[in-house]
Design a protein around this ligand. Sequence first.
Ligand code: GLC
Length: 458
Amino acid sequence: MKNNGTSRRNYLKAITAGVSVAAAAGAGCGRSQDTAAEAAPKTSTQPPPDHDRRIQWWREAKFGMFIHWGLYSQLARQEWVMSLEDIPVTEYEKLAKTFRPKPNPARDWARLAKQTGMKYMVLTTKHHEGFCNFDSKLTDYCATKQGPRRDLVKEYVEAARAEGLRVGFYYSLMDWHHPDGMKAKDDSEARKRFVAYIHGQIRELMTNYGKIDILWYDVAVPLDAAGWESEKMNQMVLQLQPDIIVNNRNWLAGDFSTPEQTIEAAKGDWESCMTLNDSWGFTAADNNWKSPQRIVRNLVQCGQDGGNYLLNIGPMADGSIPDQSTRIMGAVGTWMQKNSSAVYGTQKSRVNFSNVAGFTRKGNTLYTHVHFWPGSKVTIGGIETKPKAAKLLASGKDVPFTHSGTQLTFTDLPAQAPDDPVTVIAAEFETEPIQRSLAVRVIDIINEIERKRNSSAT
Ligand code: GLC
C-alpha cells in the first residue's frame, strides 16, 4: 500500500466493505449474535437534534487548526508508521516511555492558530496507535502514566481557551493497541469490551475538560454503526455536551461531513481537512509544503462553496512546530489581518467561475479574491447586475468599474498586485450577486456564432 491519503482511504474502504458484507450476510460478524448491538436504532441520516443552533458559530468561523501529535511524532514518518512498517505492539509501546514533550507546547500552537486567523482547534486526543494524550482511568497507555507524566489534552484545552479559540477533540475509534481493537469484528465478547472502552473514553473526554466544542471521530474500523453503537455514542456526547458538534466518521450523518485532502462541496455542512505538506503526523523528510497562496486559495474555495477549512500542523515529538509550518501560516495570518472580513461569516457564493480569482459572499457583497493579478483590469463574465460600489478590501481604496451586458470589469487598478498572496476586491450589489452558469454562457457563444453565420449567409 502506498502511503498516501488516497490509497489509505481505499484500504479502509476495502476493510469496511468486508464489515458490511459480513453484517448483511449475518455471518462472521460477532455483532449478529449480540442483542445490544442489534437493538441499536436505525442509522441516522440526519444531523442530531438542534443542529442549526449548535453549529452556527462554526459556520461563521470557517477556519480551524488540526493538530496531529502522538507517539508516532518521535519516529517522524507519519502517524500510520506502526501499521505501515508492521511494528509489533510490544516494540511500539516503548515509545510511550520516551515521549517527553517540552513544557506546554500547546501554547505555541494556540498562538499560531490565533495569528493565522483560525477560530478553532482540533487535537488528536488518541490516534490509531491507541496512545491517549489525556488522562484515562481505562488504560495505562496514556500521557499521565507514561513518559509525559502530565495531561497533554488538559494543557491543550487551556491553551486554546487562553487565545479565545474553540476546542475540538479528534478521537480515533480504530485502535491498534487495545487487545480487542481488531478482534471486535468477529468476536462478540471482544466487541462488547472494546465498545465499552471506547464509549468510556469518550465519556472521559466529554466530562473532564469543561465545555468542548467539537468531537471529531475518525476511522470507524472494524465495526459498523450498530457494532459501535454509534447512536448511543452521539446521544451520550450530546447529553454531556449539549452545545457540541460531532462529525460523520462514526458512520452517522453527524453535524458535518469531512472531505479529506480535497475540497468537495457536500450536502449539508462540511469541512475540508488538509495537510500543509503531504503528512498529518510529523515527517522530517516531507518537504512538499503548500505555498501561502495555495492555502489562501483553498480557504477561499471552501468559503465559496459553503464549507470550512481545517488545516493541519504535525508538531515534532517535543511539541515544537516545524519552521516551515510557522512560516507559511505566518504569511496566511498577515493576509487574514487585512482580509478576514472576506472569510468569516461568508455564505456560499453563486459567482464561481474565473481563471484568475475565487469568490466569497456576505449578503449582497461579493469578494473577488484575485490570485493571478492580470494588471490594470480584472474582468468577470456572466454577472447579471451592476454593483453599487467597489473597493480594495485591504486599503479601502475605491475601485472604478464598468458593467456592460454581463461583463463586469474593475478598472484603474495598479499594474502590480496591491496585496499578497491574493488581492481582494469587495463589490456591493443591490441584491445577491449571481453569475450565469458556464453552460448557459457557452450556449450563448454558440448561438452568437450561429446567428453571425446565418446573417452572413443571407
Ligand atoms: C485518515 C487517516 C488519519 C488522519 C485522518 C485525518 O483517516 O487515517 O491518519 O488522521 O485521515 O482526516
